[in-house]
Design a protein around this ligand. Structure first.
Ligand SMILES: NC(=O)c1ccc[n+]([C@@H]2O[C@H](COP(=O)([O-])OP(=O)(O)OC[C@H]3O[C@@H](n4cnc5c(N)ncnc54)[C@H](O)[C@@H]3O)[C@@H](O)[C@H]2O)c1
Ligand SMILES: *[C@@H]1O[C@H](CO)[C@@H](O)[C@H](O)[C@H]1NC(C)=O
Ligand SMILES: *[C@@H]1O[C@H](CO)[C@@H](O)[C@H](O)[C@H]1NC(C)=O
Length: 437
């Protein structure tokens, strides 16, 4: 890391040094010599810029690639064959069905939501940039799963406005299920730019294209329980304060909620934000504790369990993926139409925010005990103090609003849900597939 930094520091200064060293020679020469020197100087500047670009590229970067740099990558999209796949995937196959653009479709929640929509006959088109924040081969496996059920995932970035406009030109989506984001709390300290790129710039770009689309789609998108931040009043309800985020991730989700308010207010877009509480299950995310605890317990590696000050328990309101999917579908089904047209608001539109949790927080140490029983392996526990870098001590959802408005009623307890996760984990990572990470 420090080596890389020193490279970066050296390159821009080289052309400057060159000029200083040579300037006494240049001073009394003929004019064409001095212009030659200028030309040389600017050539070196240019070379320097190219070098900076290459040294910043992922080959010399041990960390996962920054998705904001990844936006420089050009994706292959367009052409008659591509448009045909886009249309066919988006085609509604049931009466009263909807056509949904699902962003982040190769992600954990996106895959499950896309599959559920397709099963009931809705048109579904996925969009994902397949970034390598975690093992992209897992995203590819999810893509293969969706492909078998007839869902096409377009490869591209939500911050690419030309691509999004093209998609709305080809298909008049009735709904957008927006799940693409840079997730994770601690990674924000390594790569803050990726949160700004996907959760702020990408979200604004998506809303810009949606507000100009005719007809405007209704949008349901994933916020997060992390917006409650340092709030200590439990259970968390939608009316509680959310102005004390404890991580950049949380701050970008909170910003998203304010941005949603603006686009609803100015352009009449129908917007529903869903605050997910620690979602887990088959095809889950390798950067989440239940997932890497499973991996490390099986490997015989010790696992770090956080505790708060004075041996306080750290607890999470773990929510099983099937319950989240039901909440997402109910949010889509109850979403009213956007009211704007021609990029202009014509009347007030729906604006909602819901908690989607399980209402039953479980201490992380209990999670580990359940995993030990399911895996039939004892964990090597390493108790550590909860670092103050983004994680909060507990989350607990009040879901009465979602219950009333969406008929949301989570029905899977942690024991049952983890059993399904472990069954998936063991079958996915046997059969020739190497362990994650
Ligand atoms: N899983 C949870 O516990 C949880 C909790 C709260 C909120 N959320 C939110 O729910 C949503 C889905 O989460 P998940 O757990 O499925 O995460 P995930 O990382 O598995 O899925 C996100 C997907 O979006 C894609 N993506 C990211 N940036 C993109 C971009 N700029 N353009 C196109 N695609 C992009 C990624 O490649 C990934 O496949 C996210 O918005 C996340 O912040 C998740
Ligand atoms: C998003 O796209 C816009 C328009 O193409 C570009 O100017 C901006 O730099 C991008 N933002 C990020 C953070 O990648
Ligand atoms: C849960 O939220 C509702 C409002 O949506 C409120 O009426 C109720 O009192 C809250 N319950 C608790 C236990 O805080």
């Amino acid at each position: 890391m420090s080596k890389q930094m020193s490279h970066l520091d050296n390159i821009p200064s080289t052309p400057g040094k060159f000029k200083m060293d040579k300037s006494p020679y240049i001073h009394n020469r003929l004019r064409w010599h001095s212009s030659l020197a200028k030309l040389t100087f600017w050539s070196f500047m240019f070379l320097g810029l190219i070098l900076i670009f290459f040294f910043r590229s992922p080959s010399s970067n041990p960390l996962p690639q920054d998705p904001s740099r990844r936006s420089l990558r050009t994706y292959n999209w367009g052409g008659p064959a591509w448009e045909k796949r886009v249309r066919s995937s988006s085609r509604i196959r049931s009466r009263n069905g909807i056509s949904v653009l699902v962003t982040g479709a190769a992600g954990f929640v996106g895959t499950h939501v896309s599959a559920a929509l397709k099963r009931r006959g809705d048109g579904v088109l996925g969009l994902d940039n397949f970034n390598d924040y975690y093992d992209p081969s897992l995203k590819r496996a999810r893509q293969a799963l969706l492909e078998r059920s007839g869902v096409f995932i377009v490869e591209g970035d939500i911050n690419d406005s030309a691509l999004l406009r093209k998609l709305f030109e080809v298909v008049a989506f009735t709904h957008v299920m927006h799940l693409a984001a840079q997730a994770g709390v601690r990674y924000a300290m390594e790569n803050p730019g990726s949160y700004v790129h996907s959760n702020i710039a990408g979200f604004v770009n998506l809303l810009e294209v949606c507000k100009s689309a005719n007809p405007q789609p209704a949008i349901v998108w994933a916020s997060s329980s992390s917006v409650y931040g340092l709030n200590t009043k439990v259970p968390f309800s939608e009316r509680d304060r959310t102005d004390q985020p404890a991580s950049l991730y949380a701050a970008t989700k909170k910003a998203g909620e304010e941005i949603a308010h603006t686009y609803n207010h100015i352009y009449g877009l129908s917007l529903t934000g869903l605050r997910f509480f620690t979602v887990y299950g088959p095809w889950g995310r390798p950067d989440m504790a239940y997932f890497f605890f499973t991996r490390d317990i099986l490997k015989g590696k010790s696992i770090s369990i956080f505790e708060a000050a004075n041996h306080g328990t750290v607890a999470r309101d773990f929510t099983y993926i099937d319950d989240i999917v039901k909440g997402c579908l109910a949010a889509l089904d109850t979403a009213e139409k956007s009211t704007g047209s021609g990029g202009k608001k014509k009347g007030p539109a729906q604006l909602r925010v819901f908690n989607l949790g399980n209402t039953s927080p479980v201490p992380v140490s209990d999670l580990v005990s359940i995993l030990e029983r399911l895996l039939k392996v004892n964990a090597k526990r390493n108790i550590m103090k909860l670092p103050r870098n983004g994680d909060v001590q507990f989350t607990h959802a009040n879901i009465s609003l979602a219950q009333r408005e969406l008929g949301y009623k989570p029905s899977t307890d942690l024991q049952t849900g983890l059993k399904k996760f472990v069954r998936w984990y063991l079958s996915y990572y046997s059969g020739g597939k190497k362990a994650a990470g």
